[in-house]
Design a protein around this ligand. Sequence first.
Ligand code: FES
Length: 111
Amino acid sequence: MSEQPLIALDNVTDGGFAEVEVLIEGDAESLLIHRDGDGVRGFLNICPHAGRRLDWAPGQFLKSREGHLVCAAHGASFALDSGECVAGPCKGDRLRAVPLQVRDGQVFLAG
Ligand code: FES
């Protein structure tokens, strides 16, 4: 896995999102990063409903009042701890999690 940092933690608003391009198994993928305090979670930026990106513009993600990530295409809502779709057209499906870690204030792919 790459030792290049993906982004500085400080560049992600606490409770907010960022989008970066990563190489996963040789393929360039769009990765959604969600910050929760000092921790981050990563998911592929691919909605399990119709395979569209989740953001409405690069790096611009919707969050509901309940704190769920909302797909910009058809409104599926995802729990940010598990990536599970909790409402909408793909209820019960999941985002594909990508393990991340924070070291020295920088976000890296884990592993
Ligand atoms: S592609 Fe995300 S809800 Fe349809």
